[in-house]
Design a binder for this molecule. Structure first.
Ligand code: ADP
Length: 476
């Protein structure tokens, strides 16, 4: 594998544009690469190539498509160190998290590589003896894939794997902050023999215009987006004009419920995973800690002790647990949320409120948070823990569900009946019971309410890239 790829990847070729933009390291602003800034014309070429490649790719035997996906996953793993270092440079996350992300990303390719050969149809018993009723699943068509900066590899492969397994072709527009990982995957795809036009990547700084141009293209029949709820809703509204199929993986505001009989050490360990991965910048980040009154004090004490051990610093330093947040706007937003909470009466029980001038933000724990505080109602996307007490189980459930979002909920309790009772009552697409990390390629990832539409990963992930075709056959 060569130097960092920095041009668009269109129709199997690396295409340099007239304009470039700098991708910088969030830790020190060092320029990682000057990347081609794609425009509408480049996007048109990418869409045309995906449209041209589609019928050929769709007709290719599914096991062959699956084999290529498996090879791409293996190729990522073989290069995991280099890919992880690249991720830490463009995203800022600790190297150990980047490595975990590369493996997680590769697991989607392996998983969907297997699933490609299992896109089964059905036969349906007919009422009429002269008929046979068949149902097949066909790829929808060329897919537009728009990804965020927080998991540059995994958010891509979770879509790419499903799309290519189903027989769709892809035009990807990565986030402006982190296009390099996507381009690196494109290079590996080229190496393992993914045909020209099947996977195209166009980076751009003009997401609304050039990204919007991609989404509006007539040939695009499927849109898969991961990002903010605001942009997701806009995309869904625009897609309605052409009735394109849309999958949206949007924001969260995850409750982390610790009930009175919980194993507090396990709950603390789960909190660290659910809160601090990627400095809190994950859509599944625990956002609202809801503690049943009898254990609130003991849990908070243990949490403070554990959080005090976390090291904040440069992602490439081996001891770092919490890297910088992605950009200055993120740092300012987080500082504003903490300041608002403190002004409204929250107590800082660990850490120092950030002033918004540094992207390096050490963990903060706020106690006595109320629903009037923006830190409770907004997706924090930073290393801030907001704690609130609930008098009992019913009140904890009510607090947990008091949000427009519904991506994931975390629940800590040792009581088996409570586990199921509360999990069923929680309004979320996913529930982790005594588990702070629910994401895995085998399971359906996705939300309800304002957290999105559709599911990614698992055997259900392919559904979002297929249409059912019903065939009625008269045999006599
Ligand atoms: P985040 O807060 O994670 O940056 P965004 O929703 O702004 O979330 O961005 C997620 C992805 O959507 C990025 O690739 C971004 O460039 C892209 N994006 C943002 N606005 C638009 C838009 N109007 N049309 C298409 N893509 C967009």
């Amino acid at each position: 594998m060569s130097e960092i790829k920095r041009d668009a990847f269109v129709d199997g070729r690396w295409v340099a544009g007239d304009k470039r933009f700098a991708v910088t390291d969030p830790f020190d602003d060092g320029v990682v690469a000057e990347v081609t800034d794609g425009d509408e014309a480049m996007m048109d070429t990418a869409v045309a190539s995906a449209a041209k490649a589609f019928p050929i790719w769709a007709r290719r035997p599914a096991p062959e498509r699956g084999k290529l996906l498996g090879q791409l996953g293996a190729r990522m793993l073989a290069d995991e160190r280099r890919l992880a270092e690249l991720c830490t440079r463009e995203n800022g996350k600790p190297l150990k998290e980047s490595l975990a992300e590369v493996r997680y990303a590769a697991s989607f390719l392996t998983w969907f590589g297997g699933e490609a050969g299992r896109v089964y149809g059905e036969t349906i018993p007919a009422s009429n003896p002269g008929q046979r009723l068949l149902v097949t699943r066909e790829p929808i068509g060329p897919a537009a894939v728009i990804t965020p900066w927080n998991f540059p590899y995994a958010m891509l492969t979770r879509k790419l794997g499903a799309a290519l397994a189903a027989g769709c072709t892809v035009v990807a527009k990565p986030a402006e902050a982190t296009p390099l990982g996507t381009l690196a995957v494109a290079e590996l795809a080229q190496e393992v023999g993914v045909p020209a036009g099947v996977f195209n990547v166009v980076p751009t700084t003009r997401a609304r215009e050039v990204g919007g141009h991609l989404l509006a293209a007539k040939a695009i029949r499927k849109i898969s987006f991961t990002g903010s709820t605001e942009v997701g809703m806009l995309i869904a509204r625009n897609a309605a004009a052409d009735l394109k199929r849309v999958s949206l993986e949007l924001g969260g505001n995850a409750p982390f419920v610790v009930l009175s009989d919980a194993d507090l050490d396990a709950a603390v360990a789960g909190s660290l995973v659910a809160k601090f991965r990627n400095s809190g910048q994950t859509c599944v980040a625990a956002n609202r800690f809801i503690l049943e009154a009898p254990i609130a004090e003991a849990f908070t004490a243990k949490l403070r002790a554990a959080v005090a051990e976390l090291v904040t610093g440069r992602g490439s330093d081996p001891g770092t647990d919490v890297g910088p947040v992605i950009d200055d706007a993120a740092a300012k937003k987080i500082a504003g949320l903490v300041a608002d909470a403190v002004k409204r009466g929250a107590r800082v029980v660990h850490g120092t409120p950030p002033d918004g001038t540094s992207r390096l933000i050490a963990p903060i724990i706020l106690d006595g948070v109320t629903p009037e505080m923006a830190v409770w109602t907004t997706e924090i996307f930073g290393p801030v823990i907001a704690l609130r007490t609930a008098s009992d189980e019913a009140s904890a459930i009510a607090q947990a569900n008091d949000t427009d979002f519904g991506l994931v909920a975390y629940l800590y309790t040792r009581d088996g009946a409570r586990q199921l009772r509360v999990a069923e009552a929680l309004e979320a697409g996913m529930v982790g019971i005594n588990e702070g990390l629910v994401s895995t390629a085998q399971a359906p990832f996705g939300g309800i309410k304002h957290s999105g539409l559709g599911r990614e990963g698992s055997r259900h992930g392919i559904d979002d890239y297929t249409n059912l075709k019903y065939i009625a056959l008269r045999i006599g």
